[in-house]
Design a protein around this ligand. Sequence first.
Ligand SMILES: Cc1cc2nc3c(=O)[nH]c(=O)nc-3n(C[C@H](O)[C@H](O)[C@H](O)COP(=O)(O)O)c2cc1C
Length: 467
Amino acid sequence: MISLQPWGQATLLILGWCLLTLWCFRTALRQRWHNRRAAQRNLAVAPVMVDPVVVAYASEGGTAAALAGDLAQQLEQGGEAVSLLPLNQLSPKQLSVSHRLLIIASTYGDGEAPTNGQHFIRRLQHSQRQGQHVMQDVRYAVLALGDDDYPQFCAFGLQLHKQLQQAGAQPMFDPLCVNRLDRQSLEQWQQQLAAQGFTVADTAQGCDSAKEELTLEQRRWLNPGSPGTALYELHLSKPQHSTWQAGDIARLWLADRYRDYSIASLPEENHLRLLVREQHHDNGEPGLGSGWLCQQWQPGSTSLFSLRSNPAFHAPQAAVPLILIGNGTGLAGLRAHLKQRSLQNPQAPCWLLFGERSPEHDRIWQQELDHWYQSGVLSELDRCYSRASCVAELPAQCGRSHSGYVQHALQREQKRLLQWLKKGAAIYVCGSRDGMASDIDQLLQQWLGKRATERLQQQGCYRKDVY
Ligand SMILES: Cc1cc2nc3c(=O)[nH]c(=O)nc-3n(C[C@H](O)[C@H](O)[C@H](O)COP(=O)(O)O)c2cc1C
């Protein structure tokens, strides 16, 4: 006779192991169950989208994302069903129900994809290898954003076009390469889309105004004694023929080249303010733009500027809680938002977290920031100093002071940040792309998950003006 005892023990052991596994994966399983329920609910009530237009974007700094958002809005206003999403979230399978695909993609690194577009081509190639022919009925158009200063001009957009074609999709027209958001190419994109039957209006919003001579009214050296390079505040005369809002950019024209600077002031202040750091090449020569602005340009004389509307960094609605994060000259773009808040909705929650080097010499715009903190325009203020070795060394200031970089302070303030996000806050990041902005991106992805971070960006609640 077979003894049941060892079988019983084994069964118990297996049962225990199964229960333990279920317990370990409980969160993921609950999430899956919720997702499925939500999907079923949506299917039950939502009308089935008949061949929606997919507008996908690949964007690092937010320009392509903002253009895609505008385009999606216009298409919807024109009566189309639209699905807007970052390229990484677009599965080839999804294209078996949507047969029209519009892609706006920028190029980064040395001809590479922005982070939220890195996986699409791999997935496309995989589905091809599996013998899936989902792209056969897809018609697509690509708007490639780039800058011809880079050797691999618009390379990622062009690679997308090639891969889509190889996968059997049909281009509606040749890919359009846009050099530094030039107006003509954006208008051409608009015309080509209109010729395909899409209802689109002003895609060219993010473009230059006419050039104007502006006078240098004053220049002030802000950080004598700093371990960093010299930082100057410049007041320029107010442009007569064009206006701007927080987030916009002043473009300095020197010969046929230009340099972009975030505008720190508002038209209400009657001058155009810039914050410029003196740059030097490896051979010690001053940089073309900063050398001109910080040294050679004499007060009272003029220089040629245009203004560039930058919808990717425009303010959210006045009451939305705002988290402004930045470093160095990035304070310029953030100050314009703070000023706008102080004029339009001084009571709405606003938090500034920004980093510089020395607590003694780099207290940029301290009085004004303190005033905004004391008067409640700023509900939270964190100043970080990378050259302070410990917190004890830091001067007593309004708000909190930290030693180290912005991203380290943000780590300490994780709980507060998550509370603000729960209340619907928007995050604006201005300053260094490498180090600061990339680390903040990683922290957000770590805390919220990749999808949720992308969703924030897509909803315009996470914007960057980084360089
Ligand atoms: C670090 C860096 C690398 C870039 N590399 C390229 C490149 O290789 N080729 C190109 O055409 N443009 C390049 N660009 C320009 C961007 O593609 C262009 O500014 C684009 O408008 C940015 O769009 P986004 O804000 O949606 O990311 C680069 C820009 C940066 C800041």
